[in-house]
Design a protein around this ligand. Structure first.
Ligand code: HEC
Ligand code: HEC
Length: 406
């Protein structure tokens, strides 16, 4: 599961793949990829020598940890769900809030984050690498000099770029194989493009092969947190003080301000609670869902959309009640399943069966009246693990633009 994937796959965007390579890391000889692979699985990159990238990005779990939020050194949990590194080379920006531009920049952050791999500084990391004869040799072979932090990141990114997974039934359908999708899945695809409005953010085309517009939207996930509006107020004053990339990483991973999403990066009020539109490929190996891992099944994510998300002053205008029937929800999930690549087909079948069974009895986000518009949105009596009521409606009477001035 950790081996490089061949590029000969239906739907693989060859031109885009070349286009997204950074100019200073174009060459990817096997030795560089091999070095990156060794680093990716090496526990010496963590302070206590117990964790590696693969702790949270496990190849057997679609390069995720399948936890709501990730656990780093000394069993400490961060605030965010670990996305897969599969196809991550196609992200225009990395992380749920896009705070790092390329894989090369991203790779440095978890190594230095105090509750992920916990290394104190770049120098200590480089010393560790230098004290291992096999790394001395490998860096010399690939880069022509001893290990340094930038080259380490380049090697890691080069390995990550070998993890590309397309070739799904949907890709074959688009290439002309009408039988690749079931009737249910075809119906789901039309709901995806029509009544479900998914396409407006999860559009797919030659430059968006991941079903993501690579933009940031508040779809109301943060608003599960009852103090969300209060947090926004606090964040507005705190974040304006600045603090650099490491500080930003710490705020995003370790503090409640994590829920402010893209706002931490841009400090624009319209980005409060906005997160990157996540890609939709291979979802049945990357559960649970959303930036906080708050939804266990695909049915729950669609129930969230169906009722119009959770109300909050910054909710994206595209999030409205959808009025989807149970059959339409099932078909939409069937369609999402058709985005599974062959390498994950078996695992996805298993997870699909488990989620289907769960969907029959356990639907914490279901709000049929809200979805059908027969009653106000986000019924206060709705129960569920998140007491899913959104922030106090009185708080929302205020002009959002005035929030920071309290
Ligand atoms: C303790 C768990 C943990 C470790 C260790 C870890 N990651 Fe992550 N990774 C995460 C989480 C959580 C996120 C999302 C954080 C965010 O968006 O704020 C993430 C995000 C990413 C992303 C961005 C994916 C996307 O779609 O935006 C990449 C790429 C990645 N990690 C690669 C790595 C590499 C390379 C290493 C090792 C150097 C590593 N990770 C170590 C948990 C971890
Ligand atoms: C207004 C833009 C927008 C629309 C419309 C939209 N999404 Fe999303 N989607 C997002 C964003 C943004 C996220 C990440 C949100 C977060 O975690 O806070 C996301 C996340 C998801 C996820 C979770 C992915 C993961 O790996 O955790 C799924 C599944 C999903 N969307 C499916 C759908 C479906 C199905 C529809 C149509 C019913 C839809 N989306 C409509 C923007 C949108």
């Amino acid at each position: 599961m950790a081996d490089p994937e061949p590029a000969k796959q239906a739907g693989f965007p060859h031109d885009l793949y070349r286009w997204v390579l950074p100019a200073d890391n174009l060459e990817r000889p096997p030795a560089k990829i091999g070095l990156g692979r060794a680093l990716f699985f090496d526990r010496r990159l963590s302070l206590d020598m117990k964790e590696s990238c693969s702790t949270c990005h496990d190849p057997e779990k679609g390069f995720t940890d399948q936890l709501p939020t990730s656990m780093g050194i000394h069993n400490q949990f961060g605030k965010r769900n670990a996305p897969s590194i599969v196809n991550a080379t196609f992200n225009i920006l990395q992380f749920w809030d896009g705070r790092e531009p390329a894989l090369e920049d991203q790779a440095k952050r978890p190594i230095l984050n105090p509750i992920e791999l916990g290394m104190p500084d770049e120098k200590t990391v480089v010393e560790r690498l230098n004290s291992a004869p096999e790394y001395q040799k490998a860096f010399m072979d690939v880069f022509g000099h001893r290990p340094n932090f930038d080259d380490m990141a380049k090697a890691l990114a080069s390995y990550e770029r070998t993890q590309v997974a397309f070739d799904s039934p949907f890709d074959k359908f688009i290439e002309g194989d009408d039988k690749a999708l079931t009737d249910e899945q075809k119906h789901g695809w039309s709901i995806f493009n029509g009544k479900g409005r998914c396409m407006s953010c999860h559009g797919v085309n030659g430059v968006q092969p991941m079903f993501s517009d690579n933009r940031f939207h508040n779809i109301g996930v943060s608003a599960h947190n009852k103090d969300f509006v209060e947090l926004a107020r606090k964040g507005l004053s705190l974040v304006a003080q600045g603090g650099g990339r490491e500080e930003l990483d710490r705020l995003a991973i370790q503090t409640d301000l994590s829920e402010l999403g893209r706002f931490l990066v841009t400090q624009q009020p319209h980005d409060i609670g906005a997160f990157r539109t996540m890609g939709l490929r291979n979802l049945l190996v990357t559960e649970p869902y959303f930036h906080d891992g708050s939804q266990a099944t695909l049915w729950d994510t669609i129930d969230h959309y169906n009722k119009g998300g959770v109300q909050n002053p910054y909710l994206d205008g595209g999030i409205v009640p959808l009025g989807l029937s149970e059959q339409e929800i099932d078909d939409l999930v069937a369609f999402l399943k058709s985005l599974t690549s062959p390498r994950y087909a078996e695992a996805a079948e298993h997870e699909f069966a488990a989620q289907l069974a769960r969907s029959k009895t356990d639907r914490p986000q279901r709000d049929v009246d809200g979805a059908m518009g027969t009653k106000g949105r986000n019924d206060q009596n709705l129960s569920g693990p998140f007491g899913d009521i959104g922030p106090d409606m009185d708080q929302m009477k205020e002009d959002p633009a005035q929030l920071g001035n309290q």
